[in-house]
Design a protein around this ligand. Structure first.
Ligand code: PMT
Length: 401
């Protein structure tokens, strides 16, 4: 799901389905999107602005001529702010006014002034939806790039049965989230991404090693998402049983020392460095040439500190945009922000490990992403979706710099 880097103006027009738009705001925010609500005069007959204010956390705009609202964020500023204008419900009247490029209220004015994606979730009586005039207006908006979600078929508030119901909030969220990463204003086209993934294994002797838990799934998903976003990706991978994502250049390593050398040999060409690997902090002082024979009840192994690859990349005078990961079992924000500052990173993606269903080895994960003065939550989901959200965030932060 790629919503963490998206800013939605949700336009609510007059229709009984307006009550569903309250839940839609919640669902969009749960996925990390920012949402500001604009209501038409007709919409206020169905739902009060207070409900939308409560769920969006921001004042609701209802009129073009509201001096105090204009002083806070003027309508042109709001139009520029939005990456997406989502009209749900979109009534027949609103669709007609959009098709005619009218600017007779705040919502239609925003639609003209915004360069963002326009989404329409129509809701009206089935006879109205089937009307050739409505269909012509919809075809005209589609031809200009508007994207339709629904309408769904079923029993309507008026008692009729047919196409015209507004799609359910979750269906709308899935539709707006399901766009290609490259479509997101902040793409990674032309960027060179160098990254690490998987564990490192530090050999004790020819049959034993010390290492960290990591399947490589999270890092490989980030590599695939960065590639999908248009980047050239070089992935330095510890020992994992995963296929290389399409279009990604993979370099296999085993130990932290090898991972370090592989990164340092390529870092000068990188625009972004992402460290998703679970690098072993220590390695045995020396690897034994032969298998150590079992003897005695205890074995004390002397370890020496490995190079900190991430910190070393971040300390370079000419450095890429540096993103670290943090695997934490408690006080996630405190520990992650500590690493962000100590290692002088641009961004850190922290995950809770040690819980069922996320972190190491599982197919799902959730991330708390932090940077100086800000942060975003990427909710629990498939690692591929979480990775796409993370890449969208990285691209957005890089574009802001
Ligand atoms: O591979 P999966 O099974 O999918 O699991 C994913 C993951 C949980 C391993 C991954 O999401 C993750 O959190 N990776 C980083 C784990 C980790 O080692 O965290 P850390 O807090 O110990 O290290 C902090 C950062 O420094 C990490 O970016 C790490 O790559 C980097 N580091 C650490 C030590 C070192 N010597 N060199 C480094 O570059």
């Amino acid at each position: 799901m790629v919503l963490a880097a998206r800013r939605f103006v949700l336009g609510v027009s007059g229709g009984i389905a307006a009550y569903k738009a309250v839940d839609l705001v919640r669902r969009l925010r749960e996925r990390g999107a920012e949402v500001r609500v604009v209501m038409t005069a007709a919409a206020e007959h169905f739902v009060s602005p207070t409900s939308f204010q409560a769920v969006s956390g921001h004042p609701v705009r209802t009129a073009l001529w509201d001096e105090s609202a204009e002083a806070a964020m003027g309508h042109i500023e709001l139009a520029r702010w939005a990456t997406d204008l989502l009209v749900a419900p979109a009534s027949a009247d609103l669709i007609a006014r959009l098709a005619q490029a009218q600017a007779d209220d705040l919502l239609t004015t925003l639609a003209l002034a915004s360069a963002g994606r326009l989404w329409l979730a129509p809701a009206m009586n089935q006879q109205m939806w089937a009307h050739p005039g409505v269909q012509a207006n919809v075809a005209c908006l589609r031809a200009r790039g508007a994207r339709l979600v629904g309408p769904a078929e079923g029993e309507q508030a008026c008692g009729d049965f047919g196409a015209g119901r507004m799609s359910e909030p979750m269906e709308i969220v899935e539709a707006v989230a399901g766009i290609d990463l490259r479509e997101i204003g902040a793409s990674m086209q032309g960027k060179r991404v160098l990254m690490t993934a998987g564990p490192t294994l530090e050999d004790i002797d020819p049959v034993r090693f010390v290492g960290n838990r990591s399947s490589g799934k999270m890092g490989f998903a980030v590599a695939a998402a960065a590639r999908e976003a248009g980047a050239e990706v070089v992935l330095i991978a510890g020992p994992v049983a995963l296929c290389t994502p399409d279009g990604v250049t993979r370099v296999d390593v085993r130990s932290a020392k090898q991972m370090h050398d592989a990164v340092m040999a390529r870092v000068d060409e990188a625009d972004v460095f992402i460290a998703a690997a679970a690098v072993a902090d220590y390695r045995p002082v020396a690897m034994l040439d032969n298998k150590r024979k079992k003897s005695g009840d205890t074995w004390t192994l002397e370890l020496v500190l490995n190079p900190d690859i991430l910190a070393e990349v971040a300390a370079r005078p000419k450095r890429p945009f540096v993103v670290g990961f943090a695997a934490e079992t408690e006080r996630v924000e405190e520990h992650a922000r500590g690493k962000l500052e100590r290692k002088r990173l641009d961004m850190i993606a922290a995950n809770r490990v040690g819980l069922e269903g996320c972190g190491f080895e599982s197919c799902d994960n959730a991330l708390s992403v932090y940077w100086a003065g800000g942060g975003e939550e990427i909710n629990l989901g498939a690692k591929s979706d979480v990775a796409r959200s993370l890449v969208a965030l990285i691209a957005a932060r890089m574009a802001e710099r």
